[in-house]
Design a protein around this ligand. Structure first.
Ligand code: FAD
Length: 401
């Protein structure tokens, strides 16, 4: 009998990639199978809405995580897992493949939230994957009018990418000012101004109620009953966690459809872990959380892989979030809610630190115009501030320039 352990990972995203590498770092003889629904091996998703559009030196070759080469995992792509038998420890795909496992990771991320009536199609992109990137690149070549739905990081970054690549772009979001519910008013205003200056037609204060892909245009209907016709539509309205497989197998689920895991990222079923966007975990600073950010996907993925392979550790990393768009990079830890008390500490460098205070305690920290390189000290200091109380100016001063 072989003492080789078989690890099956469902989901070939950034979490699956990091987990495969984490397993290999601990278990040299591991048999790792990574099953993914997308036809491509894992890519760094942030590049799909940023560098691939804005940095001519950054190519598709740079957007490859080299999963198979670096982890030795067998990649089974274009394969959707639709069966999970916890008793026999086997997963099955919709095209009839069977993968027995000793240890299983569910890293299925999430599915984009849909606009009613609007199916993905030639002119309708629910932007998330490398395939979506290629589709939008093709569409953008004829300099079309693209309506972007959603003011979150994907909507804003794609709107910026498209306008910088010659398209006419409108950006539809429900807030008074772009990101007004997250940023204090002066920062939200300056942020929105960047989009206006770049030529994006920012349309706030309304919700897209439904869409319809017509013969050669896509029609959007807004909540005030007005309509607009665009050559193409990109939707970035966030995701619904892809927990259906886990729920059907009887795993403990969170109310929002995420999979409940403990501090060792184990689910309620023996031999089954979950990580990344789909996992609801006990964050040591923020409490029970489900985080849809890349720092969480890569760090949690690495940690869960190591734990599955026998490492004795817990996941105690509070992830940060970043976006980089139209010349500004911002990073954040914790809750960004502008209805909380906010304190802005402007630095001589032009950057700012914003503290979000809930009942006097720091609930979130925004690093505005943050340094990409060497920003680790500021990120660590921001994490350490969560839950702290005291003089806000003194607290903010703990974050290095
Ligand atoms: C375009 C884009 C830009 C982003 N930019 C930033 C950024 O700037 N900063 C930041 O902090 N975060 C960013 N994010 C978020 C970050 O990339 C995600 O949080 C992270 O990639 C999630 O990784 P994941 O592997 O958990 O989930 P996913 O990326 O969703 O991957 C899950 C994979 O599982 C597959 N799958 C699902 N169900 C099944 C099944 N039944 N069978 C087989 N396979 C299945 C899916 O097809 C998918 O490939 C961005 C995300 C996107 C999409």
């Amino acid at each position: 009998m072989s003492d080789q352990t078989t690890y099956v990972i469902i989901g070939a995203g950034m979490t699956g990639d990091a987990a495969a590498k984490g397993i290999r770092a601990v278990d040299e003889s591991a048999d790792i199978v990574l099953v993914g629904e997308e036809p491509t091996s894992p890519v760094p998703r942030p590049a799909l809405s940023k560098k691939l559009w804005t940095d001519p030196d950054f190519t598709l070759e740079d957007a490859d995580l080299h999963t198979a080469e670096e982890s030795g995992a067998r990649l089974v792509l274009d394969a959707r897992v639709d069966g999970l038998d916890l008793e026999d420890r086997v997963v099955t795909t919709s095209d009839g493949q069977r993968f027995p496992y000793d240890r299983l990771l569910i890293a299925t991320g999430g599915h984009p939230t849909r606009v009613e009536g609007l199916e993905p199609g030639d002119r309708v992109v629910y932007f998330r994957t490398l395939t979506d990137y290629h589709q939008l690149r093709r569409l953008s070549r004829s300099a079309p009018y693209v309506a972007v739905v959603g003011g979150g990081f994907i909507g804003t970054e794609i709107a910026a990418a498209l306008v910088q690549n010659g398209c006419t772009v409108s950006l539809h979001h429900p807030e008074r000012t772009l990101n007004a519910s997250k940023f204090p008013a002066p920062i939200a205003a300056a942020y929105e101004q960047r989009f206006l200056d770049a030529g994006v037609d920012v349309q706030g204060g309304s919700t897209v109620e439904r869409g319809e892909d017509r013969d050669d245009r896509v029609r959007l209907t807004l909540d005030d009953g007005s309509t607009l016709d665009a050559d193409a539509v990109v939707v970035g309205l966030g995701i619904e966690p892809a927990g259906d497989l886990a729920a059907a197998a009887g795993l403990q689920m969170a109310e929002d459809g995420g999979i409940v895991v403990d501090e060792r990222l184990a689910t309620s079923a023996p031999g089954v872990w979950a990580a990344g966007d789909v996992a609801q975990y006990p964050d040591v600073r923020l409490g029970r959380s489900r985080v849809e950010h890349v720092d969480n996907a890569t760090t949690m993925g690495d940690v869960v892989g190591r734990i599955m392979a026998g490492d004795d550790q817990v996941y105690d990393h509070t992830p940060y979030f970043y976006s980089a768009v139209l010349g500004v990079r911002f990073e954040a830890v914790g809750t960004l809610d502008s209805s909380l008390e906010t304190v802005i500490d402007e630095r001589d460098s032009g950057s700012s630190v914003v503290l979000y205070l809930d009942d006097g305690a720091v609930a979130g920290v925004l690093l505005w115009d943050a340094e990409e390189e060497g920003g680790e000290d500021a990120r660590d200091a921001a994490r350490a501030l969560i839950g702290e109380q005291g003089d806000a100016a003194e607290l903010a001063a703990r974050i290095p320039q």
